[in-house]
Design a protein around this ligand. Structure first.
Ligand SMILES: [Zn+2]
Length: 288
């Protein structure tokens, strides 16, 4: 009789102690919305900066019966997403995979919230390079901690005001500082401004993992998430207007609601298409 080969790693790759610690810190993050909880980030079989923080949260949560989706810049088929998916297949063999955001119980993402939005019971795990929005105005970590504790974000507002004076508008295109539940301001990771309002009073749980910086934070369901702005200069999302002032459609599926990326067509002309590849493909499918 041939014995099955021993599994190289245990379920979920991380040891049980690591998973337990990450879950505890995640619970703390959910209990204090927007607060950056320190945790002992583990070495992962991929380089820091490629989503180790998000991956550790995902591995601590995934179990038999879960359905998993991973996207990178909105695409299911980019190199980073494909490799993370392969790793999850190895580490969590009985988790099913999907590209449909509606079917997933856990979605790990870099730089986007799925275009179809998130439903109750779903978890979106965001990969975070820089967790602290105050790092641009205060280099000292102890002082930043105090500023967060006191809810003192005056210097961030000054930074936004300087943008207004210099450029006539707030020029932050991603990582837009967002106040959670009326207190802590978070860096919502490099999602475009288009996605920031989706964190507000959402149905789903958003978890943020920064592996290199060793921080976990959360925006729980039904929690206020308000981008920093001024009374007379409200927050606004990217507009994607063409020269005539009309909203550009996606060149592939015709959507006028989605977040658009620029790409060059086969004639070398600049075109705009949905950054969420699954949303776009399914719209094209339904138009046939
Ligand atoms: Zn499209």
């Amino acid at each position: 009789m041939i014995e099955a080969p021993a599994r190289a790693y245990q379920y979920g790759f991380l040891d049980e102690y690591a998973k337990k610690e990450i879950r505890r810190q995640t619970l703390k993050a959910v209990a204090i919305p927007g607060y950056q909880v320190p945790y002992a980030s583990r070495e992962m079989p991929l380089a820091r900066g490629f989503g180790t923080g998000g991956l550790q949260i995902t591995l601590s949560l995934l179990g038999p019966g879960d359905t998993f989706k991973v996207i990178d810049q909105g695409a299911d088929d980019s190199v980073n997403a494909v490799n993370l998916r392969k790793f999850i297949v190895e580490a969590c063999p009985d988790v099913s995979l999907t590209t449909r955001a509606e079917d997933a119980t856990i979605i790990q993402t870099r730089h986007r919230v799925p275009e179809v939005g998130m439903s109750p019971g779903q978890i979106l795990v965001l990969q975070v390079p820089y967790p602290d929005p105050l790092v641009v105005v205060e280099p000292n970590e102890a002082k930043r901690k105090q500023m967060h504790g006191e809810g003192d974000y005056a210097r961030l507002l000054v930074k936004l005001y300087e943008d207004l004076v210099n450029f006539g508008e707030i020029t932050i295109s991603h990582r837009y500082p967002t106040r959670i539940h009326g207190h802590y301001v978070i860096d919502p990771s490099p999602i475009p401004r288009h996605d920031v309002p989706r964190l507000h009073m959402a149905d789903a749980l958003f978890l943020f993992g920064a592996g290199r910086e060793k921080r976990i934070y959360a925006v729980p369901p039904f929690t206020r998430a308000e981008p920093l702005a001024f009374e007379d200069v409200p927050f606004r999302v990217e507009h994607f207007f063409d020269d005539t002032g009309a909203r550009r459609p996606c060149a592939r599926c015709g959507s006028r609601e989605s977040f658009l990326d620029e790409f060059l067509d086969s004639y070398g002309r600049k075109q705009f298409g949905c950054s969420d590849s699954d949303y776009c493909a399914r719209r094209q499918e339904s138009r046939r």
